[in-house]
Design a protein around this ligand. Structure first.
Ligand code: FAD
Length: 257
């Protein structure tokens, strides 16, 4: 049996010249947990060319959604960025990943910190009823260079609060904190700084981060993960995994090649 589903592209949205997203059909037997990633790609010269991608769509959705970078000379994304409705896309049957609510201890506030395409897994988690059952506040943080790169901002701010299934929970618990580094915006600066200095919690009217009560999920560039992990360890937060839930979990948004 093949390790890949073949899905059809249903829509494509270009956010900037470096960022796009697309939706596809979903084979009914494809199962995943919110926050996970899977391998996706294209058949190139008859062989699958695959890369890891987080699932933007929640695991109960009829369609799959992905958010993608466009790397000019990237083996996959130099081609993937030209996707059109009706094109075929390969989707790996074995999703995996550490950004799972079960890998965290129960707690007060859950911070989901994403840079660039690192927002992707948090989009599915922000639509997961289990997240709202387990935490008082869910802080969805997206760090980018420019405001145009804040993908899904409109959906987060205007559609999620009116969601048929979760709207009430979302209105009561979800706090969106977009921040940009290279132009003026309502929140400006690096996530590490805003989180570490306590400015983020203060801007949101939340109590300062408390290692015994608050939990963190992180997805971003290798440099961001390294900086934020150092910060969290310094605050005495412990990393969680599937054997032992902890106070924070991390996932790379990409690897440097
Ligand atoms: P590659 O040869 O894979 O990458 C070339 C270079 O481009 C890399 O060295 C890096 O410097 C840069 N780069 C690659 N991906 C990114 C990125 N996302 N943001 C900024 N710079 C990047 N990519 C997504 O676009 N969306 C996702 O949801 C996503 N999820 C991932 C989850 C995991 C666990 C991992 C490990 C990677 C994920 N990636 C994601 C990265 C993805 O697997 C590919 O690297 C990306 O699609 C580029 O593929 P490529 O073949 O064109 O270039």
């Amino acid at each position: 049996m093949s390790a890949l589903f073949e899905e059809e592209v249903l829509s494509v949205r270009h956010w900037t010249d470096r960022l796009f997203s697309f939706t596809t059909t979903r084979s009914p037997s494809f199962r995943y947990e919110n926050g996970q990633f899977t391998m996706i790609g294209l058949a190139v010269n008859g062989k699958p060319l695959l890369r890891a991608y987080s699932l933007v769509s929640p695991n109960y959705a009829d369609e799959l959604e992905f958010l993608s970078i466009k790397v000019a000379d990237g083996p996959l994304t130099s081609k993937l960025q030209h996707l059109k409705v009706g094109d075929k896309i390969l989707v790996g049957k074995k999703p995996t990943g550490t950004l799972l609510v079960d890998n965290l201890l129960p707690g007060r506030n859950l911070y989901m910190l994403g840079t660039g395409t690192g927002l992707a897994p948090f989009m599915s988690l922000a639509k997961d009823p289990a997240v709202y059952e387990r935490f008082d506040k869910i802080v969805l943080v997206h760090g980018c260079r420019t405001a145009a790169e804040l993908a899904y901002a409109d959906e987060i701010e205007n559609k999620l609060p009116n969601d048929e299934l979760l709207g009430e929970e979302i209105r009561a618990k979800l706090l969106y904190y977009p921040t940009v580094t290279r132009e003026d915006f309502r929140h400006r600066g690096r996530i590490t700084h805003l989180f570490g200095t306590g400015q983020m919690a203060s801007d949101l009217g939340l109590a300062p981060i408390d290692a015994t009560q608050d939990r963190v999920m992180i997805c971003g560039s290798p440099a961001f993960l390294s900086d934020i992990t150092t910060l969290l360890k310094g605050m005495s937060l412990k990393e969680g995994n599937s054997n032992e839930p902890g106070s924070y979990v991390i996932e790379k948004a990409f690897v440097e090649r």
